[in-house]
Design a protein around this ligand. Sequence first.
Ligand code: PLP
Length: 447
Amino acid sequence: MIAMMRLITYNATMTSTTATKESVTLDPLSRDLLGLIGAHDAEAAGIMAAEAERQATTLELIASENHVSTTVMHAMGSWLTNKYAEGYPGKRYYGGCEFHDQIEDLARDRAKKLFNCGFANVQPHSGANANIAAFMGLLKPGDTVLSLPIKSGGHLSHGLKPNFSGTFFNIVDYDLDPKTELLDYDAIEKIALECKPQMIICGYSAYPREIDFKRFREIADKVDAYLMADIAHIAGLVASGVHPSPFPHAHVVTTTTHKTLRGPRGGLILSDDEEIAKKMDRKVFPGSQGGPLMHIIAAKAIAFGEALKPEFKTYSEQIVKNARALADGLNEAGYRLCSGGTDNHLMLVDLQPRDKDLTGADAEKWLESAGIIVNKNGIPNDPRPPMVTSGLRLGTPALTSRGMQESEMREVASLLDKVMGASGDTATCEQVREEVRTLCAKFPLFH
Ligand SMILES: *Cc1c(COP(=O)(O)O)cnc(C)c1O
């Protein structure tokens, strides 16, 4: 019912020339789209309208999320979804692929240019799927993989037990230095020499500092292992030169396209080694996927084109400046940041020094009620279980896409502290919710 009413608001906005303050203004194509869907399926359109409003009126601080351009967004909703294009450009299993070859070539060429490497496979449906292909291409079942576990900032596709990686491979963990909370390369080398892995993985989901890819390659070479760099989180920063590149050090580089790279939800595999490149192509298709998502590949081509422009470098630099400003603001309010700060787009906040009873789960829930979207996250050696945790992971890619800068980050830090400092008191959350709405209105999302 609420969803239906929202849709009516949208339809009204759509037809009136002056949008009311309360209703979220969508970009013209999205407005038409919602009208079209609404005319055929009011129930689905109502829910979609509600989500547009949620995104436009809340502060998105989840480090793995972003707001794509309207160009990228609408390319995903295109007729390119209608085609089966199993295979690769020039070698398809279906007729009618002329323009699909062209768009996939465009995406591959732009990806290679963006990351300065000789090979790109743009077909993985997601980051986890890219990793499946990389494991299959470089390893045999039962081989040993050395990686950082999820509890310390790694990703589930790097060896978590219930995942394919932990099911079919022998996973050995390395960890962060417990004191500095930084990668300890000497310790990693020592474990590598002991366990003799076939592959070492670097690249993480919750590591706020720079990765020394060169040092990782030296370790890999000592034990004759492949080095896989999963740059899912930092791909946009790498593409912009704001974080060092894994090339020429990594044998294979996997990534998502939807985090700091600000493209459609999907995966990407890169390499500079011709033999590995052939293996990656075979393990994506037919190894682990069927038909590619050609509408997503078109959106990837467009997103890579955007990332090749000078404005994207400015954007990436601003992400990092914003992360520093947010970190400073939190630090001043009494929160401890794991490893002492951030070099990239994200930070891990240890809530305990501010309030030893404050949990990540409570903070996440209270902040959501105030319109601030975050995720609870374990801190290194967290005494609490993963569904509770003592920390938050915060990232600035999405707010930076809205145009926010350092002064807004300081305001966001103070809003975060207001909610957590009041232990989620309802009146405080409601008051902050209004402040969040006002801030969001200054940085419209859909235009
Ligand atoms: C997000 C992430 C992935 C997985 O991406 P999905 O598209 O969700 O499958 C893989 N590796 C790392 C390090 C990530 O942070």
